[in-house]
Design a protein around this ligand. Structure first.
Ligand SMILES: Cc1ncc(COP(=O)(O)O)c(C=O)c1O
Length: 512
């Protein structure tokens, strides 16, 4: 069934709407304060205003179509035009648009969703706590971990081990759970109870000649040391993503978690697995915990749980943890934690329908199938002079742009190689994400094999443009620019970063 707004945009009113759509970018710049945006740069550049979506494509207000190889923020797993999710939301809005979860209150779809989540998740997880975002799910996990330790006789267990370059959200505490110093800079807060373990990136962190297993063993030893130095009796939990997403799609080295989990168990440290990206099929299994054989005490999910059609997240816990929370209520009264939108009935209805679609259409099996050509195509990018460390699992992947593959020398950061590629891709109808000079992709899980071919055609074109631009940028000369200006007429792309046009063959032309 078509989504009504699409009809309106496509109808005879389109021209009227189109006129107003032109202004959206201006309005946005005038009044909207954006998330994770270079606000200075945004002042002088036109925003992309997305008008509608269809399957794995997004269309902006100028009618430009993009293959969304990032599922927006790793989240629109069923694409942008799934009528069943729209219907589920509509039905729920009509019958019960809102209800809360305080003082034991619930709603039908929410109870069904809790049952379904527990049925799908690893067997030791027996209760689901609901919230609205990934940050809230992770902060709930921390509060729950602290309460568990307090009511099982270990009130000193308060410290949380996170990892450098892990990402766990951007509320104040989750900002600091995220091991990204640039984010801490903006918060200015200090949380001495958060300590950071090493970044498990074999490519950048392994020593010369160290095998992946040796690297994993070294990380496990370093974790042991970190725990000893910080007094194991004071450490509450270790939080980790199965695959680091925002950190650059960092796949853990061989046997990393295998070595780490016994250490956590030995010291009574809870294992919080952040599956906010990896959950619900992204890795080719229902959970990253299955892919990497993890035994979480607490597991957090969001994003793909509702295919992002409605904000909803959950924190799943084991029986011993739940029983400690019950004990906390017995001793102190109400479990004092909750959000107005915890367990929103519309979110619950949309999530329940999402999970039904995942099962009925065997989406996880589909991911397993299409991830083969997808991962193969990613590995083939290695043939480019400046592309290295191609990596990934399931339908998430990444690669690094480096100046010299042999020496692994990076491009000077001020060149913004990753940003150039991201912009080139965008100009070529493809959304990817650059994190520094790492480029990541995680398309909707419904992507078809032909669409994977299209994704990589567009990506290759963007890489080729980027390589040429970077080499040109390294040796700019006025005479070259004048020469190319005279010989080039077919302008097809412009990188915002360097304000230059390049032609179909990727030659620079007409600096503006
Ligand atoms: C692994 C992980 N955890 C937590 C979050 C935070 O989720 P939210 O932005 O919904 O608060 C994200 C967001 O990208 C994430 O990737």
């Amino acid at each position: 069934m078509p989504i009504p707004y699409f009809d309106a945009v496509k109808s005879e009113n389109r021209n009227v709407l189109k006129d107003s759509l032109r202004h959206f970018s201006e309005l946005d710049r005038a009044y909207h304060l954006h998330s994770f945006t270079d606000l200075k740069q945004h002042e002088s550049e036109e925003a992309i205003v997305i008008e509608y979506g269809n399957g794995i494509y997004l269309v902006d207000s100028k009618g430009r179509k993009y293959l969304d190889a990032m599922s927006s923020l790793w989240c629109a797993t069923l694409g942008y035009s799934e009528p069943r999710l729209v219907e589920a939301a509509k039905r729920q809005m009509e019958s019960l648009p809102y209800s809360h979860t305080f003082r034991g209150r619930s709603s039908e779809k929410l109870a069904l969703l809790a049952e379904k989540l527990i049925a799908l998740s690893p067997p030791q997880l027996t209760k689901a706590y609901f919230a609205g975002s990934g940050s809230e799910a992770n902060e709930s996990a921390i509060k729950i971990a602290w309460t568990y330790h307090k009511f099982t006789g270990n009130p000193r267990k308060r410290k949380i081990i996170s990892r450098f370059n892990g990402y766990h959200g951007s509320a104040i505490f989750s900002t600091h759970l995220s091991g990204m110093p640039a984010m801490h800079e903006f918060s200015g807060a200090r949380f001495p109870e958060i300590i950071y373990a090493d970044f498990p990136n074999y490519f950048t962190e392994a020593r010369h000649g160290e095998s992946e297993s040796e690297f994993a063993a070294r990380l496990a030893n370093q974790l042991e040391r970190l725990i000893a130095e910080n007094d194991p009796e004071t450490i509450a939990a270790f939080i980790a993503e199965p695959i680091m997403g925002v950190g650059g799609v960092i796949v853990p080295p061989n046997a990393y978690f295998e070595k780490i989990q016994p250490i956590l168990r030995k010291h009574g440290i809870l294992f919080i697995v952040d599956e906010i990206i990896c959950g619900f099929g992204r890795t080719g299994e229902m959970f990253g915990s299955i892919t990497f054989n993890l035994k979480p005490d607490i597991l957090t999910v969001a994003k793909g749980m509702s295919s992002a059609y409605f904000p909803i997240s959950a924190t799943l816990v084991t029986d011993p943890i739940y029983l400690a929370l019950v004990e906390s209520s017995a001793q102190k009264g109400v479990f004092s934690h909750g959000f107005t939108y915890s367990g929103h009935p519309v979110g619950a209805a949309v999530a329940l329908e999402t999970l039904a679609i995942l099962e009925e259409r065997e989406i996880v099996r589909h991911v397993k199938t299409v991830s083969k050509p997808f991962q193969q195509a990613v590995r083939q990018l290695d043939e480019y002079d400046h592309v290295t460390n191609t990596r990934g699992v399931g339908l998430m992947a990444g690669f690094d742009l480096v100046q010299n593959k042999r020496t692994r020398a990076n491009f000077p950061p001020e060149l913004g190689a990753g940003a150039i590629l991201m912009n080139s891709a965008e100009k070529n109808g493809l959304f990817v994400r650059a994190i520094g000079d790492a480029v990541v992709i995680a398309p909707p899980l419904i992507i078809a094999e032909e669409e994977i071919d299209e994704l990589f055609d567009r990506l290759r074109w963007a890489i080729e443009q980027t390589q040429i631009l970077l080499s040109w940028r390294a040796r700019p000369s006025v005479s070259t620019m004048v020469q190319t200006r005279q010989t080039t007429s077919d302008f097809v792309a412009r990188t915002a970063k360097f304000n230059c046009w390049i032609d179909r063959d990727g030659r620079p032309a007409v600096p503006i």
